[in-house]
Structures are given as C-alpha cells and as structure tokens.
Design a protein. Structure first.
Lengths: 304, 662
C-alpha cells in the first residue's frame, strides 16, 4: 500500500506541483492559467516530437537527460513522499540522496558544455559553483537531525522534534536551510527565474537551451521530480503528524506540499530574482542556518 | 615453495629484468624483458600473499646480513599484503602503457632501457617497503622509490622546465627522507635496535612520549604523500613526467607515505584522541586546498596532481576517524575509519591511474594538455573519452562508481554521532560537511576537465589531433576502468583485501560492537547496482530507439556568427568559484587594457592561478635574502652592528661555558 502510494506520488505530484505554481502565478497576473496537468500534456507532446541535435554534440548530450531523470527518481526513492515511510530506507541514505543529485547535476552540466555554447557554459559554471556551497548545507542539517533524534535515515530523521528549546532552534534553522537548498536545487526564485527570457541571467534554463523533443521532456520531468522531492523534505519537517503513518498524516503531507507550491508561486509573482552576484551570499545564509542547526545540538548536552 | 620464498624470489627476478632491460639491444626486447619479469614477480608476490589474506599468519623470514644491518627481518602482515596486492599489478600496467606512450621517442632512436629498468626497480622498492621490518632496509627501499621516481620524471630531460620540476621533487623528497632518518635515529637511540618490532615495543610501552616522533614521522609521510602544505613539488612533477610515471607516482608510489603512517600507527598501539583529531583536521585541510586547486588549473595533469593531494587528504580524514574510534574504544568507528580509508586508497589508485593514462593519450594525440586550447576530443578520441569520463565520475565520488563506496563508509563514520561528547559529534558532522564541499568542488573539476577537453568544438585550430590510444595504452585504461566499475557495484572484491588488514587494528568482527564492512555497505551497494542497471538499460533502450532527428547548429541566442573561440573557457568556468575563494586561490594577472575610445595599441589580459604555498615560500625566501643583503650592506658603514654581534657572540660563548661548568 505504502509502496504504491509512494510510486503514484512520485509520478503524479511533480506535475501537480508544477501546475499549481503556474496556476498561482497566472492568477496573480490576472489570467486564468493552464490546466493543473498541463505539464503532463507538454511532456506527452515533447515525447512524440523528433529531436534536433547540434552538430557539435556527442552521445553525452543525448544520454545526459536520462541520467538527470533517473537520478532524480533515485533521490525520490529515499524520501517519504506521502509522509509515511520512503520506498527504500537505509542508514545514511541522505548521503546517497546528495550524491545522486550531484550526479544528475554533472550530467546536466556536461550536456550543456557539449553544445559548445558560451551561454550554456555560463549556466553550467554557475550551477557548479552554487552546488559547492550548497552541498555542505544539506550535510549540516542532516547531521544535526541525526544527532538530535539518533536516527540514521531520512525517513526517521525528517520529523518535527520540538521537545526542548535547542530543538526548537534547530527545527527553525533546519527549515530555513532546507528552503534555501530547495530554491537553489529546483532553480526557483529568488535564485533563478524559470520564465526569464534573457539567457545571460539564467542558471538552470540556459543549460537546456539546445535540448528538444524527448530529451527536453526528460529534463523537464526530472526537474519537476526534484522540485517535488525537495518540497517533500521541507513538508515532512513541517508536518506535525509525520512519522505516525496515519491517513491523516498523508493528507497533511500532500496538503503541505501544495501549500508550499502555492507559496513558491506567490513568491515568484511578487518578488524579483536576486542579482547573480548576490546568490552566493544567499546560499551562505543557508550555510549559516545549517551551522546554527548543528550548533544548537551543543545546547542539548551529552549524548542524545 | 613457501610463501616467504615466493615473495623473496620476486626481488632477484625483478633485478634480472632490470639488468636485461639495460643490457638488451632493442627497445622492444627491453620492454618485453621488463614486462615478463614484472609479470612473474607480480604472480609470485600475489601467490605469496594469498595465505596472508586468507587469514593465515604473516609471512616471516630473517636473513643474516653483514653489519651494520646484522639481520633483515621480512614480515608481510595483512597491511603489507593489502598494499602489495595492487601496487605490483598497477606498476605492471604502467609499464605496459609506457611501451605505447614512449613509442614516438623510441622511433626517434631513444634508448628506453634505463626507463624500463627503473620501473622494475620501483617494483623492487614496493616489495622492500611493504615487507621489511628493518629501518635501514626500509630507508633503502624508500630511497630506491624516490630516486627511481625522480629519474622517471626527467625522461624528457632536455627541457629546462622538466629538469627544474625533477630537482624540485628530488629536494622535497629528500627533506622528507632526512626527517624520517631523524625519527628512526631517535627510535634507535631509545631501543638500540633498527628492528620495527623493537620500535613497536618501545612505542606501545611509552604512550606518553610519542609527540616528537608523531610529528617527525607525520611530516615525512606527509611530504611523501603530498599533503597540503607539503605538496609544492607535486603539481610540477606531475605535469612534467610522462603520463604513466605521473599515474604511478600519484596512484601507487606515494601511497607509501600513507602505508608508513599506518605502519607506525599500528606499532604505536592505541593512539591518543588528540592524534586522531590532528590527523582528521590535517587531512581535511589537505582535501579542501587540494580540491580548490583542481578547479582552477589550466594544465590537465597539474589538475590531476592536485586531486591526489585532495584524495590523500580524504584518506587521512578517514584514518583520523579510525584513530579516534580506537582512542575512544569504539570498534565500529575504527572499522569504518580505517576500512573506508584503505578502500579509498585503492579506489584512488584505480581512478587516478586511469585518468593520468587518458591525459597521456590526449597528450600523445594533440601534443598539449592545456585545457584552454583543447576541445571536442570526444569525437576524435572516443576510446580515451570514455575512459576519462569513467575515471572522472569516480573521482567526483558519484554513485555507482567506486569513489562513492569508500566515501560512503567515511560519511557513515563521521555522521554516526559516536563521539563521547556533543562537541566531538558536532566537529565530526562539520568534517562531513567539509567532505561534501570537497565532493561538490570535485564534481565541478571533473565537469570542467571533461567538458572542456572532450566536449564542445576544438578551441585551437592549430592543434592537429592524431590517432586514438594504441592497444598497449588502451589495455591499462580498460583494466582500470573495469576495476572502477566493478568496485562501484561489487566492493566485496576489494573488501577481501581490506578486511584482513582491519584485523590488525585489533577489531575482530567476532567481538561485540565491531562491524562487518560488507554488511554496512549492503544496502547502498544494492542501491548502486539498481542505479547502474536502470541507467544502463535506459541508455541502451534510448540509444536503440534513436528516432527521427535532425542536425543543426548550436543555438547562439540569436547570434549567428559564433566561432569555437567564443566557447566558455576553463578560467571562465571556474572564475566565480575562484573569486569566492580568492585568499586560497591567488591569481597573477597581467593586463594591458585599452584606455581611450579608439585604442592605438593591442591590449591583452592573462590570468594565471599559482600555488599559494609555493608563492609564499619563494616570497619569504626573497624577503629573507633582501634582509640579509641590506643588513650585510650596512655593517661596514655602521661599526656598532659589528660591535653588537661581537658582544652577542661573547655572551653566547660565556653562557655555554657556564652551562658546561654547571
């Protein structure tokens, strides 16, 4: 039952979240907006199209999008996607989580460099640089959560634990840090504007400029899955019922995911993206929050 | 034949091979002599260590020998067996690679005999270093390895740059030797013996007085393994040496430093916690600086060289963790630390050799390894490109490749919350965050190196791309790549070598609380297998289906006259990172910028990322020289200086005299 629910969520929720964000943005702009499942129609349309490859490219360009999607799904396997338990769970699975994301990122960057376009190289360079600051954030937060709860896996560690003042500090700091992680990894505002039309300022979108047809579909689905996985991680920490495994917990989890998607849509309608130069500083905010989450463990005293 | 006889027969076999390599008349005969003797020696050594790895007692044999050595004790325990098990086969592969790599020199009439003989001597050095129990013979093996490596590096001795790199290495490695000699002399003065067993008895019975020795041995082994800030010889040497020599130095020869460290950790018995912390922090520093330098190098082999500073740093982090586990009587942590570190050494040897071989193939085909001039090589050198990509992904520790497995073990130790205090736990998690940072920068460097050299369009039309690697060069790369792929999904193959060595650290899987590494790895290895399977199948399916597609030019964002020169460059790729970490990554800029609206002269801008330590070292030397020069210039003018020095000398002499009398 749980397995089926996780798989269904893995396939459906990314599309729903993407649709929700678009819908919210449309409403703010005074439009009705496309259907919630528009991304699914788009993917279907793209999958049937033929591809255009640049004459410069090699098989790396063609196979990269597969790696992007497969690694996104591989990361989804260790996260409890419906607020119960994850498909697969083993000690220190968040190390696996971080490194499959990293693999997907490398595949995307190599695909970008394969086109020989300077714009795509620019995007790849930015993505790689931001990632160097971002990876430690995830480990600081995961380490703090593990130390606090004595848990070893994402499923066990990602539950709100508010039994003391230091734990409260850690919880708030962990949520802030993870929000930064999700914003950067899923390429959302204020890091990256997915709807911008100026290649010079893009990060994620510029790397997929040359992809078309099925490859583009794979990449779009991959980034939607990554967004849902990231949102799920934050939602689990916010969900008071997480870890109970009840039907109410599932409902609360999915509701929270949609709520976060609505919040993303609103932030993308209401605020402007940061200057590229400022983004590393924004990630350092996440790093500091992660550090605070970890340091609050000192206040806990002794072995937990 | 007994194990010890098998092991010791390998030395004369290798020496005969070296003699034949020098004596024979044709280069191919010399190569065959070296290869055949190395193959025999490898088989002999492997046959001799099988019982040790299977859990039997160590190989022990003692030879009488003239003074001052008196007798040489050979003893191969599981630790030595672990290092022997891959050092000799990899040297054999390196020699095979040399046959193809040096062919252009041979056709120009160069005598390859000494080179092959030196490769044999390197293997002899391994047999000595990893098996002798006598400090003097150990030093001889150490010196053979160092001098052989130096002579191998300066193969292209006609170039001034290469001779400079060679001497730089020679000086550094001998500074390390002096420090090692000092440590051994100190131990000799305490024990009256040159035998490691005696050293061990002394060290384990005097747990308090190890500080000086720990420092001396640490510096010597750090110089050998090129830890930051003792790495300054490394980028030059790796960039100057032939590719197989760089590969062997980085992947195999300099692991002797880590072996020495582990050997003396074992001899010293249970370490104190501060030693574990010191090694952990020292390793983390090395990993951070090493990896930051990989991100900015123009020279592909220099970049790979810095990456070995990074990887020995990661291994040292693991050993520091293991020492902490030992000090805290936590067998699980010690197993994860030492096991992860040993596995990482082997993994690093596999992927680093492969990467250097691929870089050598690039050099052979294009006569340059400057990333800013290469590009689009994947089309011209497809075989090399595949091997480089596999090695690079393993270097970035990505699943399902082998680098990930060993780093996973290290993470498991760092994040396990096993420290006795909350502060300790927090520091260990910070170390895990450091490892994550190192991994992310490593991913950047891999992407940059592969993306610039092999993808995109050729940047410099003046470069003529020759043929892809011949078979003698491709086979070593293929073997190493196969090792990378197999250890990524079946690390048990390597754990067979690692586990017996772990028993030496007195953690038997039988006793409660210890762990079996293969049990720790089971879930993540299954995850890696699943990932590898899904990736493989989906790629094959996608490749087969290969529906209609059309070709076009790369989208230039509206600009239609783009050229290959407009591609992103290596320095621009890492520009943002290097700005963020400017204090650690100094850059020398030479610029002549246009000043007026219609500049009348050509302008240029060049940036060069230099090594911070080397630069600072020479700066200090230069300042010191300037100071001495200034002072000595002023002495004749200022008689009071001469008077002051005279007075000072008198005071010193008087103090010494008083000290003697008392």
């Amino acid at each position: 039952m749980n397995v089926a629910a996780n798989i269904v969520a893995m396939l459906v929720m990314p599309i729903v979240l993407a649709g929700t964000i678009t819908r919210v943005k449309s409403r703010w702009a005074g439009r009705r907006g496309p259907p919630i499942f528009q991304l699914a129609f788009d993917l279907w349309r793209l999958a049937r199209k033929s591809s255009v490859y640049s004459t410069v490219t090699t098989p790396v360009f063609r196979l990269g999008p597969i790696v992007v999607l497969v690694t996104a799904l591989a990361s989804a396997c260790v996260v409890p996607l419906v607020g119960t338990t994850s498909l697969v769970s083993f000690p220190f699975d968040f190390v696996w989580f971080a490194y499959v994301w990293s693999f997907g990122r490398v595949a995307l960057m190599l695909g970008a460099l394969d086109t020989g376009s300077s714009f795509e190289g620019m995007g790849a360079s930015r993505e790689a640089t931001f990632a160097t600051l971002l990876e430690p954030v995830l480990f600081l937060v995961a380490g703090a959560l593990c130390l606090h709860s004595g848990a070893r896996s994402f499923s066990q560690a990602l539950v709100p634990q508010l039994d003391s003042a230091p734990a409260l500090v850690m919880w708030v700091a962990a949520i802030i840090a993870l929000l930064v992680v999700v914003q950067v990894e899923a390429a959302r505002m204020p890091i990256d504007d997915p709807t911008t039309h100026l290649e010079l300022t893009m990060v994620h979108e510029v790397m997929i400029l040359d992809h078309s047809g099925p490859e583009l579909a794979l990449l779009q689905l991959g980034s939607a899955v990554k967004l849902f996985v990231g949102v799920s991680v934050v939602a689990l920490l916010l969900n008071p019922l997480a870890g109970t495994g009840s039907l109410a917990a599932v409902g609360a989890h999915l509701g929270l995911c949609i709520a976060i998607a609505i919040a993303i849509g609103m932030s993308e309608s209401l605020i402007a993206r940061l200057k590229l130069r400022v983004i590393p500083q924004y990630i350092v905010v996440g790093l500091v929050a992660g550090g605070i989450a970890l340091l609050s463990m000192l206040g806990r005293g002794g072995q937990g | 034949m007994t194990s010890s006889a098998l092991l010791l027969t390998s030395i004369p076999v290798l020496l005969v091979g070296a003699a034949l390599a020098v004596g024979l008349r044709a280069n191919h005969a010399r190569a065959i002599a070296a290869l055949v003797t190395q193959a025999i020696a490898t088989l002999l050594v492997l046959a001799s260590i099988v019982p040790v790895l299977a859990g039997d007692a160590s190989i022990e044999v003692t030879w009488p020998w003239p003074a001052p050595i008196d007798q040489i004790a050979f003893r191969v325990d599981a630790l030595g067996a672990f290092f022997l098990a891959w050092s000799l086969p990899m040297t054999f592969l390196g020699t095979l690679y040399a046959v193809g790599y040096l062919r252009p020199y041979f056709s120009a009439g160069r005598n390859g005999g000494p080179h092959f003989a030196l490769l044999n001597m390197t293997s002899v050095a391994f047999v000595l270093i990893y098996s002798v129990q006598n400090a003097l013979v150990f030093l001889i093996g150490w010196e053979i390895a160092a001098v052989a490596a130096w002579l191998l590096v300066i193969w292209d001795y006609r170039s001034q740059k290469i001779r400079f790199a060679g001497f730089n290495y020679l000086v550094s490695t001998h500074v390390g030797l002096f420090v090692l000699v000092a440590a051994f002399m100190l131990l000799h003065s305490y024990t009256g013996s040159m035998d490691f067993a005696e050293f061990g008895r002394y060290l384990s019975s005097h747990p308090g007085g190890q500080g000086t020795l720990f420092l001396l041995l640490g510096i010597s082994f750090a110089l050998k393994s090129a830890f930051f800030p003792f790495h300054t010889w490394l980028p030059r040497a790796h960039s100057a040496a032939p590719a197989h020599v760089s590969a062997l130095m980085s992947g195999v020869i300099h692991k002797a430093g880590l072996f020495g460290f582990l050997r003396f950790t074992l001899l010293g018995g249970r370490p104190e916690a501060w030693m574990g912390w010191a090694v952990l922090i020292f390793g983390a520093t090395s990993a951070i600086f090493g990896v930051l330098y990989t991100a900015t190098q123009r020279d592909l082999k220099r970049m790979l060289g810095y990456s070995s500073t990074e990887n020995v740093g990661i291994a040292a982090m693991a050993f520091g963790l293991g020492m902490l586990g030992w000090a805290w009587s936590n067998p699980a942590l010690a197993t994860l630390g030492f096991g992860g570190g040993l596995l990482h050494i082997l993994n690093h040897a596999l992927f680093k050799c492969s990467l250097f071989y691929a870089a050598g193939a690039v050099y052979r085909a294009t006569h340059t390894i400057d990333l800013e001039r290469l590009g689009g090589l994947a089309r011209r050198l497809p075989r090399t490109a595949v091997f480089f990509l596999i090695g690079g992904l393993a270097m970035a520790a990505l699943p399902p490749f082998n680098g990930f497995v060993s780093e996973f073990l290290i993470y498991s130790g760092l994040l396990s919350g096993a420290a006795p205090t909350a502060e300790g736990d927090v520091v260990l998690v910070c170390a895990a965050a450091v490892l994550a940072f190192v991994g992310a920068v490593g991913a950047l460097s891999t992407t940059r190196a592969f993306g610039l050299a092999f993808l995109g369009a050729p940047r410099d039309p003046s470069i003529h791309v020759g043929e892809d690697a011949p078979r003698s060069m491709a086979i070593p790369m293929a073997v190493h790549s196969a090792g990378i792929l197999i250890l990524g999904v079946y690390p048990d193959v390597a754990l067979v070598l690692v586990e017996p060595a772990l028993h030496l650290f007195r953690f038997d899987p039988g006793i409660a609380g210890a762990l079996d590494l293969s049990v720790v790895l089971t879930p993540v290895v299954w995850a890696c297998r699943a990932l590898a399977l899904v990736l493989g199948v989906s790629m094959v399916v996608a490749w087969r289906r290969r529906a209609r597609s059309s070709a076009s030019v790369t989208w230039g964002c509206g600009y239609t006259a783009g050229t290959a020169r407009m591609q992103y460059t290596g320095s621009s790729f890492s520009a943002q990172l290097s700005t963020l970490f400017r204090p650690a990554l100094p850059v020398v800029t030479r610029e002549h910028l246009p000043t007026e609206p219609f500049p009348r002269h050509a302008s240029h801008l060049s940036t060069n990322h230099v090594d911070a330590v080397e630069r600072r070292m020479f700066e200090v030397l230069g300042q010191g020289e300037q100071f001495v020069h200034d002072t000595s210039g002023r002495i004749p003018e200022q008689p009071r200086f001469a008077f002051a020095f005279g007075l000072l000398a008198l005071v010193v002499v008087a103090l010494v005299a008083i000290g003697e009398v008392l």
